[in-house]
Design a protein around this ligand. Structure first.
Ligand SMILES: NC(=O)c1ccc[n+]([C@@H]2O[C@H](COP(=O)([O-])OP(=O)(O)OC[C@H]3O[C@@H](n4cnc5c(N)ncnc54)[C@H](OP(=O)(O)O)[C@@H]3O)[C@@H](O)[C@H]2O)c1
Length: 294
């Protein structure tokens, strides 16, 4: 029997509605949550992502500010903009739109963002708190995954979760979220990477298998235990001349084959992608609450 499809769009819509209600509550207390996105390069791709964030913020009633720095500008110009946003009491969240030019030091820029406004959850202070199991602003894609799973009625407690990928963006924060005590966690976690021997032996033991690799169709049916929940984080472009864009998006999982053995699976697109943006606005509202002690 084919797997239940986890619908990232409808779960993201639920979270966006919850955020919109919280925004209304804060507005009644004269607090208007605001997200600032700092963008550097003016290429088509980052423009499109910034536009999408703007639309989602607007729908939830969150003010959206776009601050642009020219690609040729010195790094200091970007740091100065971040300093201004850090000090502005009307700005609650700051997000650095990636990629930035190689001439700029991404780590230094991320560390300049106030941890209390770091809605991406990439600041070392937030990462440290995440590791210690403390309340923090956690990375959006990683923190969206337990939402996708539990809101689909799947129990996570006690389950063996196997993550393939150990990036700072997805794999490592997810590992720390899933081993936490409490709701939407309490898994036993294995994290695999390019140095893992006999990878399929690990993935076949997963009750919950999460692929965050960046290689199209990497996870094949023989790597998946029957009845598993499979979460595909990957977003890869494959050339496709039949598609109007000349390409199509595929995940890291061989979806058509794997859905025949899994119990639950996320599609690409329409799985993890939409939840990341929903978690971004949820973090913005959380940041507004933290800064106003509500
Ligand atoms: N849906 C979303 O909102 C969202 C958000 C973020 C990322 N993504 C997508 O998720 C994917 C992963 O992103 P990322 O930023 O985590 O990528 P990344 O920084 O390139 O990390 C990829 C990870 O996969 C591991 N890996 C690569 N080849 C492998 C192999 N043959 N066997 C085992 N492990 C292997 C790497 O291992 P090593 O560490 O050993 O090199 C690394 O840890 C990409 O497709 C990205 O576009 C989607």
């Amino acid at each position: 029997m084919s797997a239940n499809i986890i619908d990232g769009n409808s779960i993201a819509a639920q979270i966006q509605e919850e955020v919109a209600r919280e925004v209304q509550r804060l507005k009644q207390k004269q607090i208007h949550p605001c997200l600032a996105v700092v963008a550097v390069r003016k290429d088509g791709v980052s423009e499109c992502y910034v536009g999408n964030k703007d639309r989602v913020c607007e729908a939830a009633g969150i003010r959206f500010l776009k601050v642009e720095v020219n690609a040729g500008a010195p790094e200091q110009a970007l740091l100065d903009e971040i300093d201004k946003l850090n000090q502005d009491p009307n700005v609650h969240g700051i997000l650095l739109q990636l990629p930035i030019p190689h001439s700029m030091n991404q780590e230094r820029i991320v560390e300049r963002i106030s941890p209390r406004k770091d809605v991406d959850g990439f600041h070392p202070e937030n990462i440290g708190k995440l590791l210690m199991g403390l309340d923090c602003l956690a990375p959006c894609t990683a923190s969206g995954i337990p939402e996708l799973i539990t809101r689909s009625g799947i129990n996570m407690a006690g389950k063996h979760a196997v993550i393939v990928g150990r990036s700072n963006l997805v794999g490592k924060p997810l590992m720390n979220l899933l081993i936490r005590k409490g709701d939407k966690a309490n898994c036993t976690v294995t994290c695999c990477h390019s140095g893992t021997d006999h990878l399929a032996n690990h993935t076949r033991q997963a009750d919950i298998l999460i692929a965050a690799i960046g290689v199209p169709h990497f996870v094949t049916v023989g790597m998946v235990k029957e009845g598993a929940t499979v979460i595909d984080v990957g977003i890869n472009r494959l050339d496709d001349l039949e598609h109007s864009l000349g390409y199509r998006l595929v995940g890291d999982v061989d979806y058509e084959e794997v859905r025949e053995v899994a119990d639950n699976i996320t599609p690409v697109p329409g799985g993890v992608g939409p939840i990341s943006v929903a978690m971004m606005i949820r973090n913005t509202v959380k940041a507004a609450r933290l800064q106003t002690f509500l």
